[in-house]
Design a protein around this ligand. Structure first.
Ligand SMILES: Cc1ncc(COP(=O)(O)O)c(C=O)c1O
Ligand SMILES: N[C@@H](CCCC[NH3+])C(=O)O
Length: 433
């Protein structure tokens, strides 16, 4: 999992800085990002489009991890973003992110969210359902505005991934159903809306996908739809957005393919199918989230208590847990943990790294292979950059960790650690009413 330049004298380095030093300086639990890795992933996706001279957008699915600094990095890399809430949009606005490069997703956007998007001239609204078409029409009328839209369709492709993170199957809460003609109905409705400019079609088949076949089938279905829409509605999408879902390595058991291979597969299929159907090659948008933020993130914790149940298990408890990474508890997600000052130990023991939350399921890494550790030692959990901090909670009234970006040998806080005062500042005591 770790490359040779990430370990020096058996110490874990993040962006060239010893992890133990970061823990000492910024405290734990700490979420650290190696910014060079974020940039590397964005560039890897973009490279294939550039080489093949295909009009494209790499639109970072910012639900994976959003903060002002993250949006700034994505903008420096000339990528787009997708947002799914007023909160993500407000963060992008604070980061001065170019609004024309923002796509707004979601299966239940509110009137206020759509109004905010329209007022800030967001690039594209990803229309998800009939209710939303009506809601957006009202907003546009009242704001006397126009906006670009895309139709999100549910392509009925079952990606091989955890049931909770599959999204492209027919039984999904997202998008217009293809098989029952809902997508066609939606198309007609939008074509009849003079204030909505239809850019094209979107679909997303799921997350943490390791094979290209799902994207191939998805792309074939989208081209079939393009052809049908051209033949029956005289409408040809200019943009085809195939969503995200590109899998990453969490442990040695994961064998993801490179970002470039996903893009190559999508473009090959798209070129073949559009050519065969006498359709123009559309612009291609992708929405990687996990694959951009995930590999770059490392969570640092300090060891506290330990409990050994003879012949059963040894628990090593750390100062974070399901409040900063819910994925093991929610999806049974596996991670790799290392001791920050003894990455490749001579002798290991098999332990369970547990969090500090009041749930038996608050386990970060089951069966981690670690050296013997003692209270105060720093443990690093790798590849935690996506859907960790972004899904963090204040369960048990624990403050959320700080987030640090490391780049060019320099570390800086990009999200401050929550304080106990932050935790109570929205509370209203009974005698204050
Ligand atoms: C519409 C859409 N696009 C992109 C993504 C990003 O997925 P991932 O983080 O797996 O790349 C998601 C989440 O699964 C999504 O729902
Ligand atoms: N939160 C999920 C992915 C959800 C993708 C959002 N559409 C995960 O951690 O794997």
């Amino acid at each position: 999992m770790l490359s040779s330049d990430e370990v020096q004298d058996n110490q874990l380095l993040i962006g060239g800085i010893p992890a133990t030093k970061l823990a000492d300086e910024f405290g734990t639990p700490l979420q650290v990002y190696d910014v060079a890795k974020i940039r590397h992933q964005i560039r890897a996706f973009a490279r294939v489009f550039e080489e093949q001279h295909v009009d494209y957008a790499v639109s970072y699915a910012s639900k994976a991890f959003a903060c002002v600094a993250m949006y700034q990095v994505v903008n420096q890399e000339h990528a787009h973003i997708d947002v799914v809430s007023a909160g993500e949009l407000a963060t992008a606005i604070k980061a001065d992110f170019p609004m024309e490069k923002v796509s707004f997703h979601g299966n239940n956007k509110s009137y206020e969210e759509l109004q905010m998007a329209v007022r800030h001239h967001v690039g594209t609204i990803m229309l998800d359902n009939f209710y939303e078409i009506g809601l957006l029409a009202r907003v546009l009328e009242e704001e006397d505005a126009e906006i670009n839209v895309m139709l999100r369709v549910s392509p009925a492709v079952s990606a091989h991934t955890h049931e909770f993170i599959q999204t492209g199957q027919q039984d999904s809460k997202f998008g217009f159903d293809l098989l029952t003609g809902q997508a066609d109905q939606a198309l007609q409705l939008v074509l009849d809306q003079p204030r909505m400019h239809l850019q094209g079609v979107h679909s997303h088949i799921g997350s943490q996908i390791f094979a290209t076949d799902g994207f191939k089938i998805e792309t074939q279905k989208l081209v079939k739809l393009m052809k049908q829409w051209r033949d029956e509605f005289n409408y040809t999408p200019q943009v085809v957005n195939v969503g995200g879902g590109f899998g990453i390595q969490y442990t040695d058991d994961d064998h993801p393919i490179r970002p470039e291979e996903f893009v190559e597969q999508i473009l090959t299929t798209l070129k073949e199918e559009t050519e065969a159907n006498d359709l123009p090659l559309p612009a291609v948008w992708i929405e990687p989230g996990r694959s951009i933020a995930g590999p770059a993130g490392v969570s640092l914790y300090r060891v506290g208590s330990q409990k050994t149940i003879p012949e059963i298990r040894k628990y090593v408890a750390v100062d974070g847990g399901m409040g900063d990474n819910i994925r093991p508890a929610l999806y049974g997600a596996a991670y790799e943990a290392v001791a920050a000052d003894n990455v490749h130990p001579e002798k290991t023991e098999t332990v369970t790294v547990a969090g500090k939350y009041c749930e038996s399921g608050d386990i970060l890494v089951k069966d981690a292979h670690l050296p013997e550790v003692k209270a105060g030692d720093v443990i690093a959990v790798l590849a935690t950059g996506a859907y960790g901090y972004s899904m963090a909670s204040n369960y048990n009234r624990n403050p959320r960790p700080a987030v640090v970006f490391v780049e060019n040998g320099k570390a800086r806080v990009v999200v401050k650690r929550e304080t106990l005062a932050d935790l109570t500042h929205l509370d209203v005591a009974l005698d204050e009413n």
